[in-house]
Every structure is written in structure tokens, then in C-alpha cells.
Design a binder for this molecule. Structure first.
Ligand code: MN
Length: 247
């Protein structure tokens, strides 16, 4: 199996080094990751300037081929698939910070995986909670391995979002928590008295049972299968029935 790894924290993150180490158990690993942090860039692509890459093996063991790219996670996956056409699967992460609920909309980690699926590949996004310190990646590695074992062996599921708690006590299949929006704006004043705004994350409601947020808050590794088709089938069918627009 040929595995392409990316992330949004940048190629020097301990999370991507940890993921590359675990993924080496499953096949040949190559890395294409941003040269600087690209968190919360979502699925942005660089269309107004050319991309460049440099060989960048310093953060990785076992002579893994790795490049750092002056682009977004989605750019890295597109370039990686161009360079390594025999890629079978994309792994994105392990992110420093969870990507549950509505954070999936702006997650660069998830976008790296989504870009792989747009190119017809299987892809998995992986994230861990960030607190006062960085996640304990070596301690999480057995759980990362367990999740990869499960998902790489499944021949059908093509896009999954995996979130680990600090100390997993098991795994749960979950759905995306959508009842709360966690991107809020806090106004304040800068040292010169000018208004400024912090875009921050603060969960607004208790997580609903069986959601990704609920699982991680209760100590479980959350595994959410996703799809890229955003069509609201119920509304489409209703509009066709109730408000037909064809003459
Ligand atoms: Mn990140």
C-alpha cells in the first residue's frame, strides 16, 4: 500500500512525524505537507501563483520521502498525487486540536483528506485534542494504529474523520455534531484602544449522544464516515414535487 501523508500544522509538527511512524507499518509512506502552519484554511487551493516544493526529510524516520510545499493542505495532496501516481490512500494529521462538529467546515486537516477523495482515493483525517501542552503523540500511537488497521482494511468507506481523546478507552462510530456552531467572535480592544476581534472556539451546548464531540468528551476515539455530496436529498425531492420549475 502506498500512503501519502499531509497535515495542516506544517511539516515540522510532531503530529505528522508520529503519523508517518505509525503508517510505516502499513506500507510505503510519502509526505507532502505545508511549509508553515495552515490550520483553519479549510479546502483552500492556491490558484493565483505557482507552487514550489523542497525535499524535507528532517522530521521523519526511515528515509521517508518528504517534501514541504508553499501551499495549503489541499495543494499538498494535489501535488503529492501528481508526483506519486501510485498512491492508494491519503492520511491527514495527526492534527494538534480536535476536528469535530462544525469545525469540519474550516479544518485544513479534513480538507487534506477531502482533496484525496476528490482525486478518487481513500482518505482518513486524524486529530487529537490540544490543551495547555501538545498531545502526547507517542502515547496515542497504538490507538492511531488501531484506527488505521480498522479503516484501511475496510474496502468500502472512502472518507473518515477520526478524533482521539487524550486517553482512549475504546472506539465509537459517530455522526457529526451539528447542533452548535463553535466559531464565535469576541470583541475587545488592542493596546492602542482600537477595537479588535478574536475568532475563537467555544462549545455552546452539551454534545448530543452518538456525535463525534460526545464520543471524545466521554473518552472514546470517534470515527465518523463522511461524504462529499452536500445535496440535501429531502429538500431536492420536496422542491421537485411542490415547486416544479421546468415548463
Ligand atoms: Mn491544525
Amino acid at each position: 500500500m502506498n500512503i501519502l501523508i499531509t497535515n495542516d500544522d506544517g511539516i515540522y509538527s510532531p503530529g505528522i512525524a508520529s503519523l508517518a511512524r505509525v503508517a510505516s507499518n502499513f506500507g510505503v509512506v510519502r509526505v507532502a505537507a505545508p511549509d508553515v502552519e495552515q490550520s483553519s484554511m479549510g479546502h483552500a487551493i492556491t490558484a493565483s501563483r505557482p507552487l514550489h516544493y523542497k525535499k524535507s526529510p528532517v522530521n521523519f524516520e526511515n528515509n521517508i520521502e518528504a517534501i514541504r510545499v508553499n501551499g495549503t493542505p489541499a495543494d499538498c495532496v494535489a501535488l503529492g498525487l501528481h508526483l506519486w501516481k501510485d498512491t492508494d490512500v491519503i492520511l491527514s494529521g495527526v492534527n494538534i486540536g480536535l476536528n469535530v462538529g462544525n469545525s469540519m467546515w474550516h479544518s485544513g486537516t479534513l480538507a487534506g483528506a477531502k482533496q484525496g477523495v476528490l482525486f478518487g482515493k481513500k482518505a482518513i483525517a486524524l486529530s487529537a485534542p490540544a490543551g495547555e501542552t501538545e498531545p502526547d503523540f507517542p502515547a496515542l500511537e497504538p490507538f492511531v494504529k488501531e484506527a488505521l488497521q480498522l479503516l484501511l482494511n475496510d474496502s468500502t468507506v472512502n472518507l473518515t474523520n477520526v478524533n482521539f481523546p487524550q486517553k482512549p478507552i475504546g472506539m465509537k462510530y459517530t455522526r457529526q455534531a451539528v447542533q452548535q456552531y463553535d466559531g464565535i467572535v469576541i470583541p475587545g480592544n488592542d493596546p492602542r484602544g482600537r477595537k479588535h476581534y478574536w475568532f475563537t472556539i467555544m462549545p455552546l451546548d452539551p454534545a448530543e449522544a452518538d456525535t463525534d464531540r460526545w464520543a471524545v468528551e466521554n473518552g472514546y476515539t470517534s470515527i465518523t464516515p463522511l461524504r462529499l455530496d452536500l445535496t440535501n436529498e429531502g429538500e431536492l425531492n420536496r422542491l421537485l414535487r411542490v415547486q416544479p420549475v421546468e415548463q
